[in-house]
Design a protein around this ligand. Structure first.
Ligand code: FES
Length: 172
């Protein structure tokens, strides 16, 4: 008797598993459409904001900027030699968020070694290497702003390559 109950329980479990499997298979048939929708929702339309003109920049002297909005401070730099992500005639102009990817402390620029440095827990980021982290607690590289220079030398920011600290989307 006890043995029969166990067999019954086993059958019910098997049928339940089959139903779950069938439901999973049905769900997987609509997955591509859901994935396409998720991808389109993740797309971000960045503003093209004028940051400065090349003539205003001095080599190795940071200029404070904001991008993509006033709540996202950053820095614009002319480094004097071509670098990763650099724009302009010399390929040496870059821009970064100055909110530390670890916990959002404000970074400061060191002209001596061309790094952005966090006073919170001492993370350091290389301004000549696309904001690569070179030390500290952060687990992300520094968000770099995507730049464009027009014929008049005006510099525009038009995107960000990583998620800015504290945001679920770079454009709010
Ligand atoms: Fe910058 Fe922690 S907030 S390292």
């Amino acid at each position: 008797m006890k043995c029969n109950r166990l067999v019954d329980a086993g059958r019910r479990q098997f049928l339940r598993g089959s139903l779950v499997g069938a439901a999973g298979a049905a769900a997987s048939t609509v997955l591509p459409a859901q994935q396409a929708q998720a991808r389109s929702l993740a797309r971000v339309d960045y503003p093209a904001n004028r940051l400065a003109n090349i003539s205003e920049l001095v080599v190795n002297e940071p200029m404070d900027i904001e991008y993509p909005d006033a709540d996202s401070p950053g820095v614009l730099l002319k480094l004097g030699q071509a670098v990763e992500g650099g724009v302009g005639p010399d390929g040496d102009i870059v821009a970064y968020s100055v909110l530390c990817p670890h916990k959002g402390w404000m970074l400061s620029y060191s002209a001596e070694d061309r790094t952005l440095n966090c006073p919170g827990h001492h993370s350091r980021f290389d301004a000549e290497a696309g904001g690569q982290q070179i030390w500290g607690h952060a687990t992300n590289n520094l968000p770099q702003f995507v730049l464009r220079v027009d014929d008049a030398g005006d510099i525009y920011a038009e995107g960000v390559d990583e998620l800015i600290y504290g945001r679920l989307s770079n454009v709010l």
